[in-house]
Design a protein around this ligand. Structure first.
Ligand code: SF4
Length: 280
């Protein structure tokens, strides 16, 4: 049996940077908190906890020390609140997310009716919405576009980890109904590369295993993309979830992993697949 890892898989630039900034904050001494889990990967967050990085639910929960803003970004008012409280703010917002926040704010300031294409309750989307001062509408599906539209000057930004096909569908639905449409494709390159590589691999293997947080939007979307191309897709966080029967009679297994899945986690799953299939 052959195990093939997708050409692009696992930890992205933004997550690597956030982990490095958190480690630097620990090395600098004093209390270190992250505002919400630093990344959507329970195992990586637990490992950070062992190194002294605590997760705070809100700025009010942190009395002193460093507060790390996670890759998804937050409402700028919360950052101001943390600084006003005397906390040392370490901004690990991914630069791709900052770009989406800036474009959304600029569009709202310029008088466009703004749509944010993404998951309404995802922290990144909540942060982008906050950057517009609430002057935007979040849609997760084309069918959610209102009729009539709020104006004929529409601006669009998209959650960095959304699928390109959803953005294309939204743009195609808007175009005939507006005078002006400004679209910022804020899907990050790490996401597009992982999605393309996962899709291609899923088409060419017997079974796909997607590794990463079940609470990770980008990992879940990889699983969805693979499922559209291959009927045998399994999304796991840890090796303990693997089942031997998934691999019976299988010649090729594809592996992909979300942008918040550390290398060790991918290696652990691969080693476990090799171990449970070694008798075949
Ligand atoms: S997936 Fe993209 S936007 Fe999200 S942290 Fe990684 S590089 Fe940044």
């Amino acid at each position: 049996m052959r195990i093939i890892v997708a050409e692009h898989a696992g930890v992205c630039y933004g997550v690597e940077r956030a982990l490095r900034l958190a480690e630097e904050a620990v090395a600098a001494g004093g209390a270190v908190h992250t505002l919400g889990p630093l990344i959507h990967n329970p195992q990586a967050v637990a490992a950070l906890g062992e190194r002294g990085v605590a997760v705070a639910g809100s700025v009010d929960d942190v009395g002193e020390g460093a507060l790390v803003i996670r890759t998804h970004g937050v409402d700028p008012a919360r950052v101001d609140g943390a600084r006003a409280k005397g906390l040392s703010v370490v901004d690990a917002t991914c630069p791709f997310v900052s770009t989406a926040q800036r474009h959304a704010a600029d569009l709202a300031d310029s008088g466009y009716s703004v749509f944010i294409v993404g998951e309404p309750h995802h922290p990144e989307v909540e942060g982008i919405l906050a950057c517009t001062g609430g002057r935007a509408t979040v849609i997760e599906r084309v069918e959610e576009l209102p009729d009539p539209l709020p104006s004929r000057r529409i601006g669009v930004v998209v959650q960095t980890t959304q699928s390109a096909s959803l953005l294309q569908d939204v743009v195609a639905a808007l175009l005939p109904r507006v005078n002006e449409l400004r679209v910022f494709n804020t899907i990050c390159s790490a996401t597009s590369k992982r999605q393309h590589a996962a899709d291609e691999l899923a088409r060419n293997v017997d079974v796909m295993v997607v590794v990463g947080g079940k609470n990770s939007g980008n990992t879940t979307r990889l699983a969805e993309i693979c499922s559209a191309a291959n009927e045998r897709v399994h999304h796991v966080e840890t090796p303990s979830e693997l089942q031997r029967e998934w691999f019976v009679g299988v010649e090729t297994v594809g592996i992909t992993a979300g942008a918040s899945t550390p290398e060790e986690q991918i290696a652990g799953v691969i080693a476990a697949i090799e171990a449970i299939t070694s008798d075949d």
